[in-house]
Ligand binder design. Sequence first.
Ligand code: GLY
Length: 568
Amino acid sequence: MIINRIPALIIIAVLIAGCGQKNAESSLKEGRVLSDVRAVVVSAHPQGSHAGAMIMKKGGNAVDAAVATGFALAVCYPAAGNIGGGGFMLVRTSEGAHDLIDFREKAPLAASRDMYLDAADDVVRGLSTDTHLAAGVPGSVDGMIRIHAKYGKLDFREVIQPSIDLAANGFILTAEQASSLNRSAEMFRKRNPEGCAFVRVPGWKEGDTLRQPDLATTLERIRDYGREGFYSGLTAKLIVEEMKRGNGIITSGDLEQYSAVFRKPLSSSYRGFDIVTCPPPSAGGIILLQMLEMIEPFSPAEHEFHSPEMIHLIAEAGKRAFADRARYAGDADFISMPVQELLNENYLKERMAGFDPIAATPSSNIGAGDPVSSGSTETTHFSVVDEEGNAVAVTTTLNGSYGSGIVVKGAGFLLNNEMDDFSVKPGFPNMYGLTGSDANAIEAGKRMLSSMTPVIVEKEGKLFLVAGSPGGSTIPTSVFQVIINLIDYNMTPRAAVDTGRFHHQWLPDRISIEKNSLTEKTAGRLQKMGHILHEVTALGRVNAVCARQNGFLEGVADKRGDNSASGY
Ligand code: GLY
């Protein structure tokens, strides 16, 4: 009797669990802007945000949700979400403590300073971006596992499961994703002659389902064996075999030795707000804090929003910050980097001493200061806040769109092309036009310089903003503008994220400006001041969460792309 009842009881339990899941899902709010929520994830893809929000619904905290979203994006946002790349995760606990995990990729042990130069010492085009040699040792899996072990509440297996389901069952492509995959089809074919999941004949269209069975089994190995499921065993073997096929240099020793590191975040204040952000090996945090400090004495809010005076001031601050980046920034585990000196208030006052309010200073007249650039849109950022007030800002990347475009055969994930973020030759611009010096030269085991800028802003000890962006060199300036839009221009969170952006990175000496964001009159005035203007389609994709005074949260997904918020 009892034995006969067991299957029935199991069926009832499964049905109840299924109903519970459906109820939890239907009580989630989803959209580009979510107001008055208590917990929210904002990411580059609706399924990524959904996975994280569901994990919080099941009792997980913001770190559980961030890890679930990170793995889900590795499936449903292959242009930048990844397990084959790296990034940074900034955490603020509900008690107000800050922590950061650096899971940036590392140069393989066989890497060397001149590995991308030919016999005449010229850079071999494409070697650091399009080949197996372009890949740094991936850090995302180790980073996610370590941060989860430190702060997660739910079992890791539960947190990673949504990504496995998405990979195995597939997810629905958006229009933007379908056309992006079609545009990249030729590249995928060339770099994966035996085929890969991202190519479809005659092409993808919106609403198609993309399934990634190899990736699903790799994620299952990570679920079942943790770090060993990626850095040793079958996945590691597949990576090493892929390297052999394409003359890459990542070995099993590189994979075994890789370790993410906890670091102390950088912090500074701006007009009574505390800004907490990423330390080296990202230069993004330093650029952000330098620019805020440089403009503060000039009271930007006294200038009308997007007036020539406002844009001029910020462009001039940007030139000086990026000139310092090119000279001083690198992996502080390998070089001595004057971080505190670069952030010193008096030093930054001196940097702006030559600022002319009515004329541009040519970049050729601006060198680095004396205190003792990078990224396509295909990095990705997600912001998470849970009901208890734990907040997480995560930026991860493969570097270029779809990284190197090389999929590890049998393992189903894309390899990064992060080695291009090193200075492959002093003064030679990387794919984002950024140059560097010896500080960012290639060395075995060193981390390449980044621009990623996850940020958490507080006011009087209370959470105010969680944000970050993709966009290489334009990351810190995009994040910077959202901060001043909120603080100096009192914009709503949605307006602060959506309004047009601009960017100056010292070299090339020009202001990049989003199409249709300035009046002709303003553009003309800037040109008269001596600025060269360069129109671009989009700068950054900021995914932000703002804490409102009524105690609720507002999640804002950037209108530039498929970004989406999910919460309750
Ligand atoms: N690969 C882009 C960055 O790290 O800045």
